[in-house]
Write a protein that binds this ligand. Structure first.
Ligand SMILES: NC(=O)c1ccc[n+]([C@@H]2O[C@H](COP(=O)([O-])OP(=O)(O)OC[C@H]3O[C@@H](n4cnc5c(N)ncnc54)[C@H](O)[C@@H]3O)[C@@H](O)[C@H]2O)c1
Ligand SMILES: [Zn+2]
Ligand SMILES: [Zn+2]
Length: 361
């Protein structure tokens, strides 16, 4: 029987979010209902509310979540009721051209629940990134549930579901950072700080955090940045070159996603180095670069979607490292808030006061 739970929706473009009753159907074939324990507030939730992703209002927001599987539908074998899971937005299909070539982290046909959650009047909801976890319970495709060690704190574990994984993966997976590399990260919010942490985990010897906000630089230093650059006061390219023997960094990660930060990343990189774009640009942004510099500087210009992660491979491994004290996911949890605190959390995020606010159920 369908259940009624409380959830946070964005009803129309720009309007404040509301806590409403959400109807969650029983799981059908290949689906699972998850009792959500924690869900982080991500910039993308705000993008949804502002109509920046698409106009399929109303949205059921929230997508960086951990919880316990309550029930599963027909044919589900990977997870069972009682499992502690992190929700992901990359439930790979196994059948698209990326999956068939053995690159499932690029899967072009990821799974979501087929049935819709609704309002009590039957209005269908669009769950953010196919998850919708600012709700006491949510319906997802079973492949969106990744089982991890239940000893982990739900607030910390849930953050792997989006921004923190995107940043960690930008360094570890997309950037291929290795022992002894020099790395610069431009923009040290939740995503960029996670890239700093990923660079440290991978053995980078020099990690340069760049931001225009001193609070973010202080946080990045705690997570492993060996040097910081306030790019509101100094030229980021010159500063990074100076800190790398005049050469530039082996890997530069743009976790802002603007033409000017991308240009900084491009020129702050050593010859044959790698640029990773993980910040998300908006449609009107344009980039102009001398093609001769693109050629002459060599190396790789890459983009990173969700940190090129494979949830089934990466989430359990990262949770194990977290439990061993080698990956400080707790540092990203700036505050925990109730379900009706999402709107205020958007404001704090906008002012740069938090890395992550996390709704606890
Ligand atoms: N690629 C992906 O899969 C993926 C996943 C999640 C989020 N994102 C994107 O990553 C980006 C960062 O997300 P976040 O949650 O860390 O946001 P955030 O707002 O927490 O962080 C952005 C940081 O960039 C800094 N900044 C802004 N302009 C700057 C500039 N010109 N130079 C240097 N620093 C600057 C800000 O001070 C802030 O610290 C967003 O664009 C978000 O949409 C991408
Ligand atoms: Zn696929
Ligand atoms: Zn997100």
């Amino acid at each position: 029987m369908a259940q009624q739970v409380r959830g946070v929706i964005a009803r129309s473009k720009g309007a404040p979010v509301e806590v409403v009753t959400v109807v969650v159907p029983d799981p059908g074939p290949g689906e699972a209902v998850v009792k959500v324990q924690a869900c982080g507030v991500c910039h993308t939730d705000l993008h949804y509310r502002e109509g920046g992703i698409n106009d399929e209002f109303p949205f059921l927001l929230g997508h960086e979540a951990a919880g316990v599987v309550e029930s599963v539908g027909e044919g589900v074998t990977d997870v069972a009721p009682g499992d502690f899971v992190v929700l992901n937005w990359r439930a790979v299909c196994g059948d698209c051209r990326a999956c068939r070539r053995g690159r499932p982290w690029y899967c072009f046909a990821t799974h979501n629940a087929k049935q819709k959650m609704t309002l009590t009047d039957g209005t269908e909801l669009s769950p953010a990134l196919g998850i919708g976890a600012f709700a006491e319970k949510t319906l997802v495709a079973a492949g969106q549930c990744t089982k991890v060690d239940p000893a982990a704190s739900p607030a910390a574990a849930g953050l792997l579901g989006c921004g923190v994984m995107a940043g960690l993966g930008a360094a570890i997976n997309t950037g291929g950072v290795g022992r002894g590399d020099s790395v610069a990260v431009i923009g040290c919010g939740g995503v960029g700080s996670a890239a700093v942490l990923g660079a440290r985990l991978a053995g980078a010897s020099r990690i340069i955090a760049v931001d225009v906000d001193a609070r973010k630089l202080a946080a990045a230093q705690k997570l492993g940045a060996t040097h910081t650059v306030d790019s509101s006061a100094a030229d980021a390219v010159e500063a990074i070159r100076e800190l790398t023997g005049g050469n530039g960094a082996d890997v530069v990660i743009d976790a802002v996603g603007r033409p000017e930060t991308y240009q900084q990343a491009f020129y702050a990189r050593d010859l044959a180095g790698t640029v990773v774009l993980v910040g998300v640009p908006t449609p009107e942004m344009q980039l102009e670069l001398p093609l001769l510099d693109v050629f002459g500087r060599g190396g790789a210009l890459k983009s990173s979607w969700y940190g090129d992660c494979l949830p089934s491979r990466d989430f359990p491994m990262l949770i194990d490292l977290y439990l061993q004290g080698r990956l400080d996911l707790d540092a990203f949890v700036s505050e925990t808030i109730p379900l009706d605190g999402v709107e205020q959390a958007f404001e704090r995020m906008h002012k740069g006061e938090v890395l992550r606010s996390v709704v606890l159920f």
